[in-house]
Design a protein around this ligand. Structure first.
Ligand code: PRT
Ligand code: ZN
Length: 296
């Protein structure tokens, strides 16, 4: 098989909370998505990659089976699927920083909660029975799990269950239903996952190229390029203060003996406090600029 015949397949949510951010990430990594009539797949015009547009719940299976080499899915969906007996392994390549939410236990405002033991003997409604069971087991609690596929927040009012275990982001849905979060089962965000199956050498090479582009976008989201001037005696202190920077470039300033320009890529957030500290250490003319592309 030649390289041209090998195409990668990335399973992404067709429509829902992860769709837009997934597309934005791919576009940011330079992948041009061909918006065609096919509602099941979308071709990337400038890379041997096809997006398979599916329901998020199916993504772990497609990737585990190797039907798709990669996928983008919430940690909540991935972990619930991987707790199923005989689930083939998938690997987490990278957390993607969007789709953040938490799987939380919640109860009506008036319910007293004093840690997981308050769940003993209770009925808890959820769409995530395996993650909830793991949480209960870890805490040595016996409770009845009531499996629901949606509208879990209505369970207490309908007297189906005294507690719920559901995804929360802003908390507005809980509040609107007179519920309050009392415990956390899982913190979640979207993940890039890959199949545990071995890829052909051609696909492995493409996979490496695809991942380094995506990782490049993820790295630039936090990273900044920082430039400043500093006197020679402050260089060591200042270099040590630059967040997440390796080996800054230090250049002599023309016409100002003993003064240098310091340039560095900071791979962690640069806050105002950092700038204040740099100034305090003798830095001047500090510039922080965003990085558009980066390949390590
Ligand atoms: O059709 P398909 O099966 O693909 O989509 P879906 O309806 O199952 O999933 P979707 O699009 O709702 O969510 C996809 C993924 O987004 C989830 O698996 C999570 O990883 C992530 N995510 C992030 C969320 C939320 N935030 C979220 N708030 N998923 C669901 N919610 C729901 C939650 O279930 C509750 O009903 O939003 C409500 C609470 O939101 P707040 O803001 O009121 O707290
Ligand atoms: Zn779903």
């Amino acid at each position: 098989m030649t390289l041209d015949n090998a195409r990668l397949h990335l399973a992404v949510q067709k429509s829902g909370r992860l769709s837009q951010d997934t597309r934005d990430l791919l576009r940011g990594a330079g992948f041009r998505i061909q918006e065609g009539k096919n509602s099941l797949a979308a071709r990337i015009e400038n890379f041997p990659l096809d997006l398979m547009l599916v329901r998020d719940d199916d993504i772990p299976t497609f990737v585990a089976d190797g039907v798709c080499e990669f996928g983008v899915v919430g940690r909540n969906v991935l972990e619930e699927a991987s707790l199923e007996e005989s689930a083939p392994p998938v690997e987490v390549v990278a957390p993607l920083g969007f789709g953040r939410c938490a799987l939380r236990i919640a109860a009506p405002e008036s319910t007293l909660y004093d840690g997981p033991r308050s769940l003993g003997g209770a009925r808890i409604a959820t769409s995530y029975p395996r993650l909830l069971q793991r949480f209960l087991d870890t805490n040595g609690i016996e409770a009845t799990i009531v499996k629901m596929s949606g509208a879990v927040e209505l369970a207490p009012r309908l007297q189906i269950a005294g507690f719920i275990c559901d995804l929360v982001s802003t908390g507005a849905t809980l509040e609107a239903n007179g519920l309050r979060p009392v415990d956390t089962v899982l913190e979640s965000e979207a993940l890039l996952i890959r199949t545990g199956k071995t890829l052909s050498p051609e696909k492995a090479e493409l996979a490496g190229r695809m991942m380094s582009r995506i990782e490049g976008v993820l790295a630039t989201q936090e990273s900044k390029y920082i430039m400043l001037n500093a006197p020679e005696e402050a260089l060591e202190t200042i270099a040590a203060m630059l967040p997440g920077a390796e080996a800054p470039t230090i250049l002599p300033l023309a016409g100002r003996p003993g003064h240098y320009a310091v340039h560095a890529v900071c791979k962690e957030s640069v806050f105002w406090e950092t700038l204040q500290k740099l100034k305090g250490a003798g830095a001047s003319a500090i510039l922080v600029v965003p990085i558009e592309k980066m390949m390590m």
